[in-house]
Design a protein around this ligand. Structure first.
Ligand code: CA
Length: 237
């Protein structure tokens, strides 16, 4: 089996060597670039399985690198994990809206980094490999089962621990949108676009209110929805 390749774009040497060591010890093949220009140049001939992207780089910014990756057909689909310094939440939001898959803020623990890397690599595999066993068994397209949460998609029914839960249509759409992007952070704008639609006037605050209400209705399954501070929401894998 060939090793999965990870490109780490990072200009801080300490972080770079720490990340490289950890990833290599977990069996990944690691390539590094200390600037966006070098990374893009390398990717003109290589296609890694995952990219870790620092936002603050010398030369072109991480956001610009992200844009160039997402608009280059050959490499557009590669999962990207943004790594940002504290206080860069607004850049993180832009990054997620430009198609980054997830983000991690510095300083981060190596075990969280590994969890995110593994989750993204798992998600990028073809669908059939990707479906958790309990979803596969319980069946096909009609039900989503995640822990104590069960959704009957055809009838729009939601159950927690086999008890029916009544959601508003907005809450229901938000829940399905989050599940469809499992493991990925969605910004408030992305949730508005996907679950509510652009034509209604919705503020960030409105999304928070819907999410708070949705969570309280989900009872023991509420922790499946995670708040990502300053950025948005994520459905846990
Ligand atoms: Ca940096």
């Amino acid at each position: 089996m060939t090793k999965e390749q990870i490109l780490v774009i990072e200009d801080e040497k300490d972080i770079l060597s720490m990340v490289r060591l950890r990833l290599e010890s977990r069996g990944f093949e690691v390539f590094t670039a200390e600037s966006g220009e070098l990374a893009l140049q390398w990717m003109s001939e290589h296609k890694p399985d995952l990219i870790l992207l620092d936002l603050m780089l010398p030369g072109i910014s991480g956001l610009e690198v992200l844009k160039q990756i997402r608009t280059n057909q050959d490499i557009a689909k590669i999962p990207i994990l943004i790594v940002s310094a504290l206080g860069e939440e607004s850049d993180v939001v832009v990054g997620l809206e430009r198609g980054a898959d997830d983000y991690l803020s510095k300083p981060f623990s190596m075990s969280i980094l590994m969890a995110r890397v593994n989750a993204l690599l798992r998600r990028s595999k073809p669908e059939t490999e990707n479906i958790p066993i309990n979803e596969k068994k319980e069946n096909s397209e009609d039900f989503i089962i995640l822990g104590s949460l069960r959704i009957d998609i055809k009838r729009y029914h939601v159950f927690v621990e086999n008890k029916p839960v009544t959601l508003t249509s907005t809450e229901y759409r938000l829940l399905l949108t989050l599940i469809a992007s499992k493991g990925r952070v969605l910004t408030r704008n992305q949730l508005i676009d996907e679950a509510i639609g652009n034509d209604s006037i919705v503020t960030d605050r409105t999304i928070d209110v819907h999410l708070t209400s949705l969570r309280s209705k989900l009872g023991s399954a509420r922790n499946l929805i995670e708040t990502v501070r300053g950025v948005g929401y994520r459905f846990r894998l």
